[in-house]
Design a protein around this ligand. Structure first.
Ligand code: FES
Length: 141
């Protein structure tokens, strides 16, 4: 956690749905945690598993992957690829002895600003309860 004891979460958001939903949540003045650092990608299928691993290894306390709902991907099946990669990442985390609960995958559409606010608040609270990424001290000391 940082000085204010807030978790550092990296969110990879598909531009067409989740990023637009996040934008709508912001313009609608919904309560969004200040803990999410958003990285906009064209599609959740563009989220290379290495992006997630690198974010974690560089000290992120949690990582959110977000895309369009199944069947709504603007590139047909990018989100299905993202779902497969998420399952693979969970397996890699488990195999390496890392906490797979620190990564998550969500479907949030462009009109689902309340859902964006809800899932980011819930995940942020969960990561806050879990504490800091244990690797951070090992890496940065
Ligand atoms: S365009 Fe949103 S998940 Fe593919």
């Amino acid at each position: 956690m940082n000085k204010e004891n807030l978790p550092r979460i990296v969110g990879f958001l598909c531009t067409w749905c989740s990023y637009t939903g996040a934008d709508l949540a912001g313009t609608s003045r919904m309560k969004i945690p200040p803990t999410i650092k958003v990285i906009r990608v064209m599609c959740s299928g563009r989220i290379d598993p290495l992006f997630v691993l690198k974010a974690y290894l560089r000290g992120a306390d949690g990582i959110m992957m977000m895309g369009c709902h199944p069947g709504d991907c603007h590139y047909q099946k990018g989100n299905y690829n993202a779902r497969r990669r998420y399952v693979m990442l969970q397996s890699i985390f488990k195999t390496l002895g890392l906490d797979e609960d620190r990564i998550s995958l969500w479907w949030v559409s462009a009109s689902e600003a309340p859902r964006y606010a809800q899932v980011t608040n819930e995940f942020s609270e969960k990561i806050k309860q879990m504490g800091s990424n244990p690797l951070r001290e090992e890496i940065f000391l």
